[in-house]
Write a protein that binds this ligand. Structure first.
Ligand SMILES: Cc1ncc(COP(=O)(O)O)c(C=O)c1O
Length: 449
């Protein structure tokens, strides 16, 4: 039996020791470390397991339905089982799932992205955002003949070794604010990697300028996550991305915008909204309509590093599933529905949600806020201004508050990530936002119980 959200029952069946979730998790824990390969979704005591989704709602294996404000980590901008996306995928399935040969959907998706984003002259598809970032770095190294990279503190770019630096630093190890230490955020990374990564302070032009004066001649690529959720989705200070464009050009550094998430902020992505005109852009998530994908696009002369027949072409890439027709078909159908009107509607709903949540927090006396832009939002456990990664509290009390609030939101019928990341999808409307706000209200009340 499925439980609708408009009966505000507490959705905690998954926590019963004999629930389908508990049994599945116990079985999974014998087979898969921590009971899932989706380690980025884990929360205590165990995650909910998805049974099925429809529109903006997801039903867990115990039959409880919630509003899905996470949408496979922001990938599903049209929610679950969108009729047009499904039809495109089924039509392609009937022609074949994947081929050794290139096929028309790859070309059509390339054309759809190049038409939207003025900085993209050529594009190369991969199977994940992580691979796209890896290729962007290799292309930049081959193009510049340099080995190091620079990235901002707190920015997440997937799990290629060189970008797993300075992602989860804490006051105990992060070093000076204008020269953050290069702290590995994972085990298993070679000890030579930190020596090839410079971590930069976000929204600090003087700090960036100084570090690039010092290290610029060694740096192949500077990566930017335009709306970093680990940094509380802080917006760039006015002109910051144009400053990055200018300073990287002066130092001969390839500027890379990682729009794996941020591409969903508007028709031509984050660069259209915040400026910056990058040399390369990495994509993932929405451009595959929910099926694995990644892409790196940008200036033709850099992408030509992939063409061994061209002068200077020297980057070798593979990938059994790169450019595959299923993801490309889902991506084409997804982008076709993302009109300027669709983005404007999502932005309006996003503004309603953020202001509604902030009003609820203020009434409840909760020192937290909803940040973000367009269809993206983030619950941050602070009421202080957010300038960069270091403004987002990492102390035990704040972490505990967020973990508990996340659990109470799940119980109240709304799914966000355990870090407070959320996003909207096009099947949502004003009523959905009201339902979400009702859930936030109930979660706040339960925090007081
Ligand atoms: C900004 C950014 N870059 C790269 C990635 C990695 O993408 P994927 O999970 O598809 O490997 C992510 C994933 O969330 C991301 O948010």
């Amino acid at each position: 039996m499925s439980t609708r959200l408009n009966e505000p029952r507490t959705l905690t069946r998954y926590l019963d020791p004999d629930s389908a979730t508990a049994r599945l998790h116990a079985q999974a824990s014998e087979l898969i470390p921590r009971g899932t390969s989706r380690l980025h979704y884990l929360f205590a005591p165990y995650p909910i397991y998805a049974s099925h989704g429809a529109g903006c709602r997801l039903t867990d294996v115990d039959g409880d339905e919630r509003i899905d404000c996470l949408n496979n980590m922001t990938a599903l901008i049209h929610g679950h089982c969108d009729a047009d996306v499904n039809a495109a995928v089924i039509a392609q399935l009937e022609r074949g799932m994947s081929f050794s040969e290139p096929s028309p959907p790859e070309v059509a998706l390339a054309s759809a992205i190049i038409d939207r984003v003025p900085s993209i002259e050529r594009i190369h598809f991969r199977s994940s955002g992580t691979e796209a970032v890896m290729m962007a770095i290799k292309l930049a190294r081959a193009f510049t003949g340099r080995r190091a990279i620079a990235k901002f503190e707190g920015a997440y770019h997937g799990y290629y070794d060189y970008v797993q630096m300075g992602v989860g630093s804490t006051p105990a190890d992060w070093g000076p604010s204008d020269a953050p230490r290069t702290v590995p955020s994972s085990g298993g990374i070679s000890t030579t990697v930190p020596g090839e990564v410079v971590v930069l302070p976000f929204n600090d032009p003087h700090g960036v300028e100084r570090l690039l004066e010092q290290h610029g001649h060694e740096i192949a690529a500077l990566l930017v996550e335009p709306l970093s959720n680990r940094s509380g989705m802080v917006l760039p200070a006015s002109g910051f991305y144009d400053f990055l464009r200018d300073v990287t050009r002066r130092h001969g550094i390839v500027l890379v915008f990682d729009e794996v998430i941020a591409f969903r902020v508007g028709p031509d992505g984050a660069q259209g909204r915040y400026g910056g005109l990058p040399d390369l852009t990495t994509f993932g998530k929405i451009i595959g309509g929910g099926i694995p994908i990644g892409a790196v696009g940008g200036r033709a002369e850099i992408l030509e590093m992939l063409d061994a027949s061209a002068k200077g072409g020297k980057v070798i890439s593979g990938g059994t599933y790169s450019g595959n027709p299923l993801s490309a078909s889902a991506g084409i159908a997804t982008l076709a529905k993302l009109t300027p009107e669709a983005f404007a509607r999502l932005e309006h709903l996003g503004d309603r949600l953020r202001s509604g949540v902030n009003a609820i927090f203020a009434r409840a006396g909760v020192r937290a806020r909803a940040t973000g832009d367009a269809s993206l939002f983030q619950i941050v456990p602070t009421d202080r201004p957010i300038e960069n990664y270091r403004s987002v509290p990492t102390d035990a009390a704040s972490n505990d508050w967020l973990a508990r609030f996340h659990r109470e939101l799940i119980a109240s019928g709304v799914i966000v990530s355990q870090r407070g990341l959320g996003c909207l999808s096009t099947p949502m409307d004003e009523t959905t936002i009201e339902e979400c706000l009702g859930a936030f209200e109930r979660a706040c009340a339960r925090m007081r119980d």
